[in-house]
Design a protein around this ligand. Sequence first.
Ligand code: ADE
Length: 424
Amino acid sequence: MGGEPEKWILMLTARTPTNIAVIKYWGKRDETLILPINDSISVTLDPGHLCTTTTVSVSPSFDHDRMWLNGKEISLQGGRFQSCLREIRARAQDVEDKKKGIQIKKEDWQKLHLHIASYNNFPTAAGLASSAAGLACLVFSLSKLMNLKEDNSQLSAIARQGSGSACRSLYGGFVKWVMGKEDNGSDSLAIQLVDEKHWDELVIIIAVVSARQKETSSTSGMRDTVETSGLIQHRAKEVVPKRVVQMEDAIQNRDFPSFARLTCTDSNQFHAVCLDTYPPIFYMNDTSHRQVIINCVEKWNRAEGMPQVAYTFDAGPNAVMIARNRKTAALLLQRLLYNFPPQSDTDLDSYVIGDKSILKDAGIKDMKDVEALTPPPEVKDSTSLTQKSKGDVNYFICTRPGGGPVVLSDETQALLDPLTGLPK
Ligand code: ADE
């Protein structure tokens, strides 16, 4: 190790997106390695709206590995963090920073300790795949700090051991997590199907419903499903393999009607599998917002004679809707705001976040514009929803397909102090 002994700190900051599955991952064949029982496909969300930023640093003056999440120190002792750290250290290479006069030999990484600070720009408990973005960012930033030779697909197999869906956050655009066949998990990794520019007219609107911690953890829910559901075997062996091929075609051809049908039916089957679990898992049990959204989208799609919007629901209360283009997204936002007005004291600026230009396209400046909307027939048909649904949604995020992880070269974005290695 070169440089002035005990003084130097080497640091790197990266940003990683979150992702939403359109063909769902549910069920593991190996709990420790996190190996799934079916392939899954996701869309990466624009990190300009939802992302994790992580700064990793190394110094001979650090005496143990430490991590801060959103400013609070957390334990790195969990098996999942330890798997990622072990796998990355095992692949670390020589590193030289000539400007700082630092030289690290690959064998030194086993003895050197790390300080890590991570920040999610969205509520960690909001059910927006924060651990996916978080573990992907941890693996990506450490791989750059330690000069790993592995490509993003190989890194995804490490991130997978931290959080399954994290592997899909190593790429932008549309991403497939290939389940793999090997017992050691070496072929269970993410590949990019298309980048974010391929289908950039899509608009994604997320209704964030509750920042409460979800009731059934995915880990125990999946375990119960694999142990008790007969339907999951049919899904994993018969349904998903065909659906994945059809979904890849729909994405390649930008075929929105097929994409929407596959996305909605896969979400519905995932929830059917949850209900088929014993004891049953009721992610869709709450009859309010989800059923309003499904009814509204299904009636609208039927009225148009062709799907305009797809919906998908994860293992939590949020609703994700994907509109075929900006014009449809503006109409969707009008319908959503009509159905789910904010509590009276919430202003629209904090109620609709992300890409606010969709609000402008919808011709909405304030809630008076929403109240003045003439409800479309499929909204008017459903029994007076306005009062019932007031305050059901905490806020809406408007976003789009986005890019993969990036290193942030701007040192002002670092979350650790370059002199102390502690959070700024
Ligand atoms: N879990 C949730 N967010 C995370 C993050 N940013 N890093 C690591 N784990 C997380």
